[in-house]
Write a new protein. Structure first.
Length: 524
């Protein structure tokens, strides 16, 4: 027998098994025929692994965990011809997570998207000291093309660096300032809690877990920061490590009670002046079955933060179980350093030559006469005040549809997100939203290489104005969206709250300002 692996636009996965009798098992069904016939037409066979027998679970199903991983050898075309092309090939491979890249390989065809493009721009800035825009990467998506582009770009902007002598009052970042304002306006609530539940199976060393949490809090200052206020406003106070190790409360419950208990614990309300922005609770389901809840306030974290948090906690726990301290590289900067840098980078609004003045001018023009509200035929009026009540509807996009979207994005020089935005804008327009459809989207805000591994709040919101007027073809609409988005990415540093203050749209407690529909592609 042989396992058949196939890859689509983003993944390499097991799709079937071919036997010596020309039968194949795909998704539990036996299909007769050749190998090529058992694969959906949008997938391409990439690896065939021969095994003596298919491992089975006790109930007779295929034990996928026991199957050997395929060894995928990268098919690399032309190699680098200069030291800079060699560096760029390495950066492409690093960001995309592939073994190697040739100078003619397309960044987006290899799985790149807008978020990874931002990371690559940051790596190019850090390694080559060149200020590359996301737009230029979309226009020159191969190493060979990008190498020529770099001949005409300027030096990279001032990077985030550690502040050797910190000011007495550490300023809030613009993102923290946004959350602080909402905290003061609305009062403590669970609306901005970020819960993360991790199941722990096997023998648990509770003391090692407690020490590991202390290690993580020591490593990331944002997790031991509280906020004080004086006549000048709010500022950060970073507590000493000894005063900031979170207590781990233990709650015994059954599997049936777990969801209710987790929900109750996740609804804790933080007092940002006194409470550390990280709490931990351990739910004991049995002697060797636990669930650890890490609850953070959004003022200290965002979606990107989850990965470094879990990675560092895992490394620290492993070290503590073995009786040692975690050995990890020192973080180049802390969140407070970023907050100081961010204000210095943007400069003063009174200075017409500053970054912030240029971005304000762009957004004033781009969002002039923006519709105050998307008009949709809803079945009930908006409440007078936003209630925060909501729901979620889950559905699956068939792989064939996803492959078609990815193919259209490649052919249009766009990203999957841009195609989805065009589709959403068109849908809302046909539902009554008009021809000028503002759609919000979050951006990671981690354009500098030094902050990649930090736990902290970097996210910002952009307003993407979707113009569906003139009855464009869908490809034409994707082209419009591409231009709008690339311009917006180049002006993403202006904090959304400051933009709202500057544009001063008609305010209402019943709706979000500037946009009421947000599109997020969770590709972190």
């Amino acid at each position: 027998v042989a396992m058949v692996w196939a890859h689509d636009e983003t993944d390499c996965r097991l799709v079937g098994y071919v036997t010596s009798e020309s039968g194949a098992v795909v998704d539990g069904a036996v299909v007769r025929g050749q190998c090529a016939r058992i694969l959906p037409e949008y997938m391409v066979p990439s690896v065939v692994v021969v095994v003596d027998e298919i491992p089975l679970t006790p109930n007779g199903k295929v034990d996928r965990r026991a199957l050997p991983e395929p060894e995928v050898e990268a098919a690399v075309g032309r190699g680098p011809r200069s030291p800079r092309e060699e560096i760029l090939c390495g950066l492409f491979a690093e960001v995309l997570g592939v073994p190697a890249v040739g100078i003619d390989d397309n960044f987006f065809a290899l799985g790149g998207h807008s978020l990874l493009a931002t990371r690559l721009v940051g790596r190019v800035r850090a390694v080559l000291d060149a200020e590359l825009s996301v737009r230029r990467l979309f226009e020159a998506p191969t190493v060979a093309e990008l190498d020529r582009v770099l001949d005409g770009v300027g030096r990279g902007r001032v990077p985030v660096v550690r502040v050797e002598v910190r000011p007495e009052r550490l300023p809030l970042s613009f993102g923290q300032q946004r959350l602080w304002f909402l905290h003061q306006l609305e009062g403590p609530s669970a609306a901005y809690n970020v819960p993360l539940a991790v199941r722990l199976s096997g023998e648990l060393d509770r003391e090692a877990l407690r020490l590991a949490l202390g290690d993580v809090v020591a490593r990331h200052e944002s997790l031991r920061t509280v906020f004080a206020e004086d006549a000048q406003g709010a500022y950060q106070v970073v507590r000493e490590v000894a005063d900031a190790v979170p207590e781990v409360s233990t709650i015994r419950c059954s599997e049936e009670e777990l969801a209710t208990e987790l929900t109750a614990a996740a609804r804790h309300t933080f007092d940002l002046k006194r409470d550390l922005p990280l709490r931990a609770a351990l739910f004991e389901l049995g002697t060797e079955e636990h669930v650890l809840l890490l609850l953070m306030h959004h003022i200290a974290s965002d979606g990107w933060s989850v990965r470094p948090l879990v990675r560092d906690l895992s490394a620290a726990y492993g070290a503590r179980v073995n009786g040692t301290d975690p050995r990890w590289p020192v973080l180049p900067v802390q969140y407070a350093d970023f907050a100081v840098w961010q204000r210095e980078l943007l400069g003063s609004e009174e200075d017409p030559g500053s970054v912030v003045s240029a971005q304000i001018a762009y957004w004033r023009e781009r969002l002039a006469e923006l519709p105050a509200e998307i008009a949709l035929p809803v079945d009930r009026p908006r409440p007078a005040v936003v209630s925060q009540r909501g729901d979620r509807v889950r559905f699956t996009v068939p792989a064939a549809v996803h492959a078609g979207v990815a193919r259209l994005a490649r052919e249009s020089g766009a990203s999957v997100f841009m195609v989805l935005q065009a589709a959403l804008g068109l849908l809302l327009s046909r539902c009554g939203a008009g021809e000028d459809v503002p759609i919000g989207t979050p951006v990671a805000g981690r354009g500098d290489d030094a902050v990649d591994d930090l736990v902290g709040l970097f996210i910002n919101s952009l307003v993407l104005r979707t113009d569906v007027s003139g009855d464009p073809t869908f490809r034409e609409l994707v082209g419009r969206v591409r231009e709008t988005d690339l311009e917006a990415y180049a002006h993403q540093d202006l904090p959304f709250e400051r933009l709202v203050e500057i544009l001063n749209p008609e305010r209402s407690l019943s709706r979000h300002p500037l946009f009421q529909v947000m599109l997020t592609l969770n590709n972190t």
